[in-house]
Ligand binder design. Structure first.
Ligand SMILES: Nc1nc2c(ncn2[C@@H]2O[C@H](COP(=O)(O)OP(=O)(O)OP(=O)(O)O)[C@@H](O)[C@H]2O)c(=O)[nH]1
Length: 321
């Protein structure tokens, strides 16, 4: 008798805990009809256990990904194993509003869900339980951290004035293209250019105007790029672009178009028109180029030739014979 009483107490407490625990508990039969719906599920869905018991989960909540979820549940019945659904895989299973003040930025509750096989007294798996954990706090913090890291990564790779790649990151991209060429032999060209007589721009219009000119040229450069091109601000008024899958001839066409666009587009700074030109050096990846430093140096030598030849022009590097 005492034993019965203690067992009854235990059962009563357990039921109480199931009802009040801050975790969602649902029991489903093989037809996905709801057999148990605890207080957490009631509080967040607004549907009481009495009104939902016996009804089909997928008819009650028609937004649920039925095919996907049924497949997961059927495998729990069949294999008698647990299955997990993480918020990173699917932010939520049940569309519950998020009321937590700390994580007010989430509109919905992020959830981890465990599907658990439940055996009957005869040892058969006739039901499964869904255990729904509210992981909104963890998810929001993780997402915020990810966003901050992405932002930091972007900042560490980007030139502040032009939003082009900075020199360090551009060199990494250039090295990658060099390695790709060594592996696959694709035609690849490097274009370096420098604003002509830029010191005069600074001296005439001031440093702020000089900065605007650098931004203006970057803008024209960005307009000329393809998705696969890698462009960076190499130095103060010097820019570098790796053109993937591009021969020297095609790189020259690109460079000529850019040079012409820059030479014919004026920037208005405080009512004053400013016009600049650029000199451009090109080096396509040839077999005799042993490393990326040499490739860069050849483009730089071609740029020097372009300056020497009178500026506002493009020169392709020719290996000395
Ligand atoms: N406004 C501004 N000026 C810069 C920046 N970086 C470098 N410069 C200036 O760019 C000028 C480069 O001058 P030089 O290297 O003598 O070359 P240049 O006057 O362009 O002449 P050439 O290259 O020979 O045609 C210097 O006056 C630098 O101060 C920058 O970020 N902003």
């Amino acid at each position: 008798m005492a034993y019965d009483q203690s067992a009854m107490n235990e059962l009563h407490w357990l039921i109480d805990m199931v009802q009040t625990i801050e975790v969602g508990l649902v029991v489903l039969d093989k037809n996905f009809d709801i057999q148990l719906w605890n207080g957490f599920m009631e509080n967040h869905s607004g549907v009481s256990p009495n009104s939902i018991k016996g009804s089909n989960l997928f008819e009650q909540f028609d937004y649920l990904p039925a095919d996907w979820l049924k497949k997961k549940m059927e495998s729990v019945f069949l294999l008698k194993n647990r299955a997990f659904i993480s918020w990173e895989q699917r932010p939520y299973v049940f569309k519950f509003k998020n009321y937590r003040p700390i994580t007010g930025r989430a509109d919905f509750m992020y959830q981890n869900v465990t599907l658990l096989p439940l055996s009957s007294l005869t040892g058969q798996i006739t039901h499964i339980s869904m255990i729904v954990y509210d992981v909104t706090d963890v998810a929001i913090h993780k997402l915020q951290l990810k966003a901050v890291n992405e932002r930091l990564e972007h900042l560490s790779q980007t030139d502040g004035l032009t939003q082009l790649h900075n020199r360090r990151y551009w060199q990494i991209c250039m090295q990658k293209e060099f390695d790709r060429h060594a592996r696959y032999g694709d035609k690849t060209s490097l274009v370096m250019f420098d604003i002509d007589h830029f010191k005069k721009v600074n001296d005439t219009y001031g440093h702020m105007a000089g900065d605007k000119v650098i931004q203006h040229i970057s803008h024209l450069l960005k307009q000329s790029l393809r998705e696969t091109d890698c462009a960076g601000r190499y130095g103060g008024e010097e820019f570098a672009v790796v053109l993937a899958k591009t021969s020297a001839k095609d790189a020259l066409n690109f460079a000529e178009r850019l040079r012409h666009k820059i030479a014919t587009t004026e920037l208005i700074y405080e009512g004053e028109p400013i016009k600049v030109t650029v000199s451009i050096g090109i080096s396509d990846l040839q077999e005799q180029i042993g490393n990326s430093g040499q490739w860069l140096s050849f483009a730089d030598q071609a740029l020097y030739q372009a300056k020497k030849a009178g500026r506002n022009n493009c020169v392709i590097y020719k290996p000395k014979t």
